[in-house]
Design a protein around this ligand. Structure first.
Ligand code: MGD
Ligand code: MGD
Ligand code: SF4
Ligand code: MO
Length: 701
């Protein structure tokens, strides 16, 4: 029998809508869900490799309990009941000694996190954290300080844009399927694209203008741009007059930052920046200036990101076609939203271990901050953390300095990893609870914000091929086991869906036809004369008092980035279209497409070191060293080297990937302690390495 199922891809955190054809219980075809116009039938390479994830046996295929020492990789297969008993026993002992607040869970955030947040809350702990300290925290808090709205409170209308400006936003490789399609449509319609990156990624090839900026100097470029726009009145004075506070201070602050000055700092010619500014003025308000994510990883990221947010305001592009828009939710469509599972659980008033909302009152409690939670594990201050659940999150790769993390994790009494792979973190855990692959499981319903808001459903397309369970079930069962069943009165996903949909007028069957339901047929735009911002003043704040109270000046003078010492390079990193952060390094199909990384190094810099394209080179930071092959190219700035993130696994069970390529995060020594106190993000891109020719034969393939 052939069936068509609509679901949500889980091969990366973008979570695109998909159509899956199933023949006699086997998946036979997967493509984009064309009921969603923006998606069409398109899928990326990772989504296309989903079936091979399901059949891959080099993964945890049933619950595992650790036998040997942590990280030794000796496992004992266990039944689900046994694994739950083990976890419940440990948690009860930890709670008796340290209280429920000693339990922490981190995950990849996103639309299905409500259930896990409810679980942590039900146990009585405030310590739910997501991945964002190494992703977009600085950009997020910068946005909050300018607009009072977070980074996800704005979306981008690429398709109708006239000028798309990307600060290290490698939109065609570090991709979201709908976004890249919309971007390509804009190019077809003649939009200009300015791409700024010390490395010419594939996106540079799509751009009408590419600037190979000196790494870490984006704030200088932005100050130069702002100076020129403001002094020459090349901005939307009407919008700014109506909504923006702080223009007089801004103008005074910008005085020294001329285009000639910016050229000296960034290496980008003043006349080119000038031409760009005039184009922006012609193209506004159909202008998008995207802060990307890489500007979240420098010492001054918070301020560089702030400046981008301010420039968008100067362009008047907020809530305008071809610019930025507020993603609308059910309320905007005059409808009721999904009921929250966390709402069933009483609030936990306890202070968070990571200090968000208390020691760091300017940081959101929702996502928290992993690096300061680590401090609590390490020091027991403000109180000890003893049990850690990592769900769909791999901190040993996602956070820097894996050796230091191992030292800190060893102070935990219980580490539980819920994953589909042997993640590097899972390998160090006490218990691995394998989740079904996304094709094999249902999840809670999600809200889909946008111009036409709606709800979406991930549903099980095929039966589990192994002894794995869906996440929702794992947490509901564990909660019952721990005496917290009253907060999870559900015995099936249908019951959860019914509960979520209670007030909406929809039933689960309404999702059968397309996989989602819409709450509005027409695109919803707010009245541009009545825009609201979440700041104290209700306006866009160039100068923000909440951050000032934390000693963070809104307009700090520019400080040039540290220069790499002679023989050293700034280590840059990023992604490509075949991999997501290393979670597919061992995927049978994807590792055939790309199973190792290379070190991009500038031709002149390589020449001085006697390094030729393809040569093995040694990369080092202190005692940490590794060998990788060089990719000698003019496409990278001479001060930097670049490697793809997510390679160089040390987990031997991942046989296809083991020993291939080099991991970037291991070189980020001490970086758990180096983070931006204005924005909360880790300074991953402030890492320097030396590069020297290596002996042939010593390299990893
Ligand atoms: N050095 C360095 N550090 C970085 C980055 C970098 O480029 N370089 N990038 C940063 C960024 S932007 C981010 S977002 C973070 C990402 O960091 P993470 O969120 O940790 O990375 P992911 O690879 O998305 O996923 C983590 C885990 O989810 C598992 N997983 C995949 N599918 C499923 C599933 O269906 N169920 C379950 N339970 N688990 C699943 C994967 O096997 C993987 O172990 O890393 C950050 N850290
Ligand atoms: N295929 C695929 N797609 C993904 C992901 C994935 O893992 N795989 N991950 C998703 C996630 S979690 C995220 S956060 C996004 C990330 O999306 P992006 O941030 O767009 O992507 P990255 O590849 O991390 O980095 C982009 C670029 O920043 C550049 N860069 C480094 N330093 C500087 C600098 O000083 N200035 C400027 N202007 N640029 C600099 C790097 O050279 C790199 O080319 O991608 C998402 N999409
Ligand atoms: S971007 Fe690719 S892997 Fe990620 S959810 Fe979409 S189709 Fe799946
Ligand atoms: Mo990310």
């Amino acid at each position: 029998m052939k069936e068509t199922k609509y679901s949500i891809c889980g091969m990366c955190a973008v979570r695109c809508p998909v159509t899956v054809e199933v023949q006699d219980g086997k998946p036979v075809w997967i493509e984009g869900n064309s009921h969603d116009g923006g998606m069409g039938r398109s899928l990326c390479a990772k989504g296309g490799a989903a079936f091979s994830q399901r059949t891959d046996k080099q993964r945890p295929l049933g619950p595992l309990l650790r036998r040997g020492k942590r990280g030794e990789g000796q496992w004992r297969e266990a039944s689900w009941e046994e694994a739950y008993d083990y976890i419940a026993g440990k948690l009860q002992a930890i709670m008796a000694e340290h209280g429920a607040r000693a339990i922490m869970l981190s995950d990849r955030g996103g639309p299905f996190a409500d259930l896990r947040q409810a679980f942590v809350k039900a146990l009585g702990s405030p310590n739910y954290i997501n991945h964002d300290c190494t992703c977009g925290r600085n950009v997020h808090h910068a946005s909050k300080s300018v607009y009072g709205l977070g980074r996800k409170d704005f979306a981008y209308d690429y398709e109708n844009s006239r000028h798309i400006v990307l600060f290290g936003r490698n939109i065609t490789e570090s991709l979201k399927v709908k976004e890249v399609k919309s971007f390509l449509k804009a190019i077809k319609k003649g939009a200009r694209v300015t791409y700024i990156d010390p490395r010419a990624s594939i996106t540079a090839g799509k751009a009408s203008r590419y600037w190979q900026i000196k790494p870490g100097t984006d704030y200088a470029l932005l100050l130069g741009i702002a100076h020129y726009l403001v002094n020459n009145n090349l901005y939307d004075q009407d919008f700014v007059g109506r909504y923006v506070n702080g223009m007089p201070e801004f103008k005074t602050f910008l005085e020294p930052y001329t285009l000639e000055w910016a050229e000296g700092e960034t290496g980008i010619a003043a006349r080119e920046i000038q031409a760009f500014c005039h184009e922006l003025n012609e193209d506004r308000p159909r202008v998008i200036i995207h802060p990307g994510w890489m500007l979240a990883r420098y010492r001054d990221s918070f301020h560089a990101s702030r400046m981008i947010h301010i420039l968008n305001a100067l362009m008047g592009s907020i809530e305008h076609p071809g610019g930025l828009f507020y993603p609308k939710g059910p309320k905007d469509a005059g409808k009721k939203g999904l009921k929250s599972l966390s709402a069933l659980v009483p609030n936990v008033e306890e202070e968070r271990a990571d200090g968000c909302g208390s020691r760091y009152p300017h940081f959101d409690k929702g996502a928290g901050m992993l690096q300061t939670a680590y401090e609590a594990i390490d020091s027991g201050v403000p109180y000890p953390i003893k049990a850690y659940f990592v769900h769909r999150h791999n901190p040993f790769i996602a956070l820097p300095d894996t050796d230091e993390q191992r030292r800190i994790f060893d102070k935990l009494e219980l580490i539980v990893a819920v994953d589909v792979n042997y993640s590097e973190t899972a390998w160090f855990a006490d218990v691995i609870l394998p989740e079904n692959t996304f094709l094999e499981r249902d999840d809670i319903l999600r809200t889909e914000k946008g111009l036409k808001p709606g709800f979406g459903r991930r549903q099980q397309c095929v039966p589990p091929a192994n002894n794995t369970r869906p996440g929702w079930k794992i947490y509901v069962e564990l909660a019952h086991r721990l005496g917290k069943g009253e907060y999870f009165p559900f015995s099936s996903i249908e019951e959860i869906w019914q509960y979520q949909l209670q007030d909406t007028g929809f039933s689960p069957a309404d999702f059968d036809a397309k996989g989602f339901v819409k709450l509005s047929d027409k695109a919803l735009w707010h009245d541009r004369d009545q825009l609201k911002f979440g700041t104290e003043s209700g306006r866009i704040e160039i100068v923000n008092q909440k951050w000032a109270a934390m000693g963070v000046a809104s307009l700090p003078p520019y400080v040039a980035p540290e220069q790499p010492p002679e023989g050293s390079f700034r280590l840059l990193f990023g992604r490509n279209g075949y991999q997501a952060h290393g979670q597919h390094q061992n995927n049978p199909i994807l590792c055939e497409l790309l199973d190792t990384n290379r070190l991009w190094i500038n031709t002149a810099a390589a020449g001085k070191l006697g390094i030729k394209d393809g040569d093995p080179v040694e990369v080092a930071n202190g005692d940490t060293r590794g060998i990788i092959r060089a990719r000698v190219t003019d496409l990278i700035h001479p001060q930097a080297v670049f490697m793809l993130h997510g390679f160089g696994t040390d987990v031997p069970a991942k046989k296809r990937a083991f020993g291939k390529g080099l991991a970037d995060q291991v070189f980020m020594k001490g970086k758990l302690k180096e983070w931006d106190h204005a924005g909360g993000g880790l300074n991953l891109a402030e890492t320097f390495v030396t590069v020297t020719p290596a002996q042939a034969g010593g390299e990893q393939s």
